[in-house]
Design a protein around this ligand. Structure first.
Ligand SMILES: Nc1nc2c(ncn2[C@@H]2O[C@H](COP(=O)(O)OP(=O)(O)OP(=O)(O)O)[C@@H](O)[C@H]2O)c(=O)[nH]1
Ligand SMILES: [Mg+2]
Length: 431
């Protein structure tokens, strides 16, 4: 994400037929455009970011004569689906964007430079320099989509998860008698008179899913936000595998994945009950109640048996959400980063007759000015003096004419006697 740079201020003088010697009227540059991330509820995935991952806001317009300000462009909006977690791995910033319309400015436009009229003083009425605009903020961000589901269906491939989702909600996920039918998470809404819950069906988990095997790995992240997991266990797997071992496999993957999955409340759902004699189902339910120490339901997506009970249990077990600020307030919490904020600076001697000055404010001062321009350089020297930099340099052994490096620019600094011809500047630090 790159915000726009600020426009430059300009050098201009008034020219009118009846004004023989017009004063400076160079306008200021406009601010660069910000980059803002906005939650768009019509989006479902981050696929568009595969096509393009560079986002650049427009730069601010340059100032013009007759005190005309440069234009400030519109901010660049980058749209993401609800549930996107935006992170800056380098600076550690993190925005959790869950509600439609939530937004966060992730890169600030650079400020515009001031036009020459700002530098006119009583004795220096025709300044021939102006400030340059500052670069916009630039950063790489990681986007991760975590579904916003209240409850998640987890289990081995073919356990009957999608069939349950289709029974419980209006969602119509693909159902088939082979593993990995579901290759992308599917959401459905559980309806009750007073309440709705979102139920997620994720691809089947296999051993090693938490370490990347199968399709389960990247989807386990989707159930991190859930407040309840429904573990779907096939009572009579076609492949003849043992339900007890299958249960262990899935629970182990949830634990391995971390992120609190193992601690989420559980419901165990014994699926495909119609394929097993009723007496066996009853025995299995009480066995599992003892073994797993969680609520157990036997269901059949084919006949509908046990579905209403499962639905009620899900409603009962998903805690009511307390209306956090996250859902009412629109702006996402974010920290604004300003490059080099703070006025402090460091002076360091880097060799004989050579010094380096470091500090955000000092860097910006240099970035703003063309020090090839003698007038601009003199202005910079005055600012360095009033900010206390010259005094600090002198304390470090600097003598006029030595080389000074600031923000990668090396120049001969010769503040000389700057105030000899500038009686308007007096009394700054160091004088
Ligand atoms: N008889 C019967 N068959 C079922 C039932 N539930 C699911 N099935 C069958 O089991 C097979 C797998 O069902 P799915 O719902 O696709 O299973 P899944 O857990 O979503 O599978 P993956 O998406 O591959 O992980 C399909 O052939 C379903 O028709 C049930 O309650 N009774
Ligand atoms: Mg499925």
């Amino acid at each position: 994400m790159r915000a726009g740079g600020g426009g430059n201020g300009v050098v201009s003088f008034r020219r009118e037929a009846h004004v023989p010697k017009g004063g400076p009227d160079g306008g200021d540059g406009g601010r660069g455009g910000d980059v803002e991330i906005v939650v768009d509820p019509s989006l479902r995935d981050l696929a568009s970011f595969r096509r393009g991952s560079h986002f650049k806001a427009l730069r601010g317009g340059h100032g013009q004569g007759a005190n005309k300000h440069g234009a400030t462009p519109e901010r660049l909006e980058v749209r993401v689906p609800p549930g996107t977690v935006v992170q800056d791995p380098e600076r550690g910033d993190r925005w959790d964007l869950t509600a439609p319309g939530q937004h966060a400015v992730v890169a600030r436009g650079g400020s515009g430079g001031r036009g020459n009229r700002h530098f006119a003083t009583a004795t220096h009425q025709a300044p021939r320099f102006a400030e340059r605009g500052l670069a916009g903020e630039e950063r790489w961000l990681t986007l991760e989509l975590k579904l916003l589901a209240d409850a998640g269906l987890v289990g081995l491939p073919n356990a009957g998860k999608s069939s349950l989702l289709a029974r419980l909600t209006r969602a119509r996920p693909k159902v088939a008698d082979y593993p990995f039918t579901t290759i992308e998470p599917v959401l459905g809404t559980l309806e009750r008179d007073d309440r709705q819950l979102v139920l997620a069906d994720i691809p089947g988990l296999i051993e090693g899913a938490s370490a990347g095997a199968g399709l389960g790995h990247e989807f386990l992240a989707h159930v991190e936000r859930c407040r309840l997991l429904v573990h779907v266990l096939d009572l009579a797997p076609l492949d003849g595998s043992d339900p007890v071992e299958n249960h262990v496999t899935v629970e182990a993957e949830l634990r391995e994945h971390g992120h609190g999955l193992a601690d989420l409340p559980r419901i165990l759902c014994l699926s495909k009950a119609d394929l097993v004699p009723p007496g066996v189902v009853e025995a299995a339910v009480s066995d599992w109640e003892r073994r797993a120490a969680v609520p157990v339901f036997a269901t059949s997506a084919a006949t509908g048996a046990g579905i209403a009970e499962l639905r009620d249990a899900v409603f009962e077990r998903v805690p009511e959400e307390e209306a956090g600020p996250e859902h009412g307030e629109q702006p996402a919490t974010h920290r604004v980063y300003r490059p080099g904020e703070g006025d402090s600076f460091n002076v360091e001697r880097v060799g004989p007759g050579a010094f380096r000055v470091e500090g955000g404010r000092i860097d910006r001062l240099i970035a703003r000015h063309d020090i090839e321009n003698a007038e601009a350089l003199r202005y910079v020297e005055e600012r360095l003096r009033s900010l206390g930099v010259i005094r600090a340099l002198e304390a470090a052994g600097f003598t006029p004419g030595d080389d000074v490096e600031i923000a990668g620019v090396v120049f001969e600094l010769d503040p000389g006697s700057p105030f000899a011809d500038r009686p308007d500047i007096r009394g700054g630090p160091g004088t």
